[in-house]
Write a protein that binds this ligand. Structure first.
Ligand code: R5P
Length: 302
């Protein structure tokens, strides 16, 4: 027995997909005309709910509003469930990319966020493919777990390859290299690393297309593996490079699909043949051929 607490607008994302003995408690959201926001949880429903309380909070889109609403929900849960076991599940960890002060004068937003959340009655935080899992556990005052959906995503492609050519996994920057290395070992395939640099002021990305690993032209299929695709600039840059070097098909696999700022167009014109991801951010499936479900990842980590 457990109770999943979820925004009323996200009920459709969990309906029919939870273990049979789990209850659902919904959170109403109202915005005032001046832009302030307030949540409401039926006191009768929440006071009779069974622990553990799994607060499943999709913070995107409208991340600023949803982070504040999350604090409001935690304030309500302090009243009704403060002595219980509250597990906060953040499918995408907000501000996980700001895991250090990249420039003088910038905040360490990930730590700020986690410390604020951890000061309420939260016992554990579960998230998925966090950009920097080490920073996640270091800055969270409570137990923090990053579950990876990437093995399932990569397996979908590797498993469907059969004898259709030689496949290589590609890390789009050095930061992803250890992850892609372990996936390559798991599936017994090769991997390459591309070097990427991001200008910390403009956000502009440039590539040094020296790869670490084998000769690119010897591969038929390249699978670019990343934690997230936002504007698609990273994957598009790597894809164009791979295609000019003779790779026939390029797939992009990333847990978190923001696909903002013209990403779909950018990916498609760079020759990406397929994008695969999960439902940690978006629920619409028109841009992806396959979406991995995050709910089993929660049940398996309680
Ligand atoms: C950055 O280090 C991340 O791992 C992703 O590569 C990045 O967030 C992707 O962003 P975009 O799609 O805008 O290039």
């Amino acid at each position: 027995m457990a109770t999943v607490i979820v925004k009323a607008s996200d009920l459709q994302r969990v309906e029919g997909r939870l273990p049979g003995d789990w209850a659902v408690c919904s959170v109403e959201v109202k915005d005032f005309p001046n832009g302030e926001t307030i949540v409401y949880i039926d006191p009768e429903q929440v006071s009779t709910a069974e622990p553990p309380y799994i607060l499943l909070w999709w913070a995107y889109p409208s991340v600023q509003d949803n982070v504040f609403r999350l604090l409001e929900v935690l304030d309500v849960l302090d009243v009704y469930c403060g002595d219980g076991d509250i597990v906060l599940v953040l499918p995408y960890l907000p501000y996980s990319r700001q895991d250090k002060r990249f420039r003088e004068g910038e905040p360490l937003t990930l730590r700020l966020f986690l410390e604020t959340i951890g000061s309420r009655s939260v016992d554990r935080i579960i998230s998925f493919d966090v950009h920097n899992p080490v920073a996640f556990t270091r800055y969270s005052p409570v137990q923090a777990v990053s579950v990876s959906l990437l093995p399932s995503l990569v397996e979908n492609i590797v498993g469907s390859m059969g004898d259709n050519g030689k496949l290589v996994l590609v890390a789009p920057d050095k930061g992803r290299a250890p992850l892609v290395d372990s996936l390559a070992s798991l599936f017994e395939v090769d991997y390459l690393v591309v070097e990427k640099r991001r200008d910390r002021v403009t956000g502009e990305v440039s590539f040094n297309f020296e790869t670490v690993g084998g000769e690119i032209s010897s591969y038929d299929v390249a699978v670019i593996v990343d934690d997230e695709i936002s504007t698609g600039g990273t994957v598009a840059g790597v894809s164009s490079f791979l295609k000019t070097r003779g790779v026939k098909r390029v797939y992009a696999v990333a847990t978190h699909l923001f696909l903002v700022g013209g990403a779909e167009e950018r990916l498609s014109s760079s020759g990406v043949d397929l994008v695969m991801g999960s439902d940690t951010v978006r629920y619409d499936e028109h841009v992806v051929v396959s979406v991995v479900d995050l709910l089993p990842g929660i049940a398996g980590n309680l």
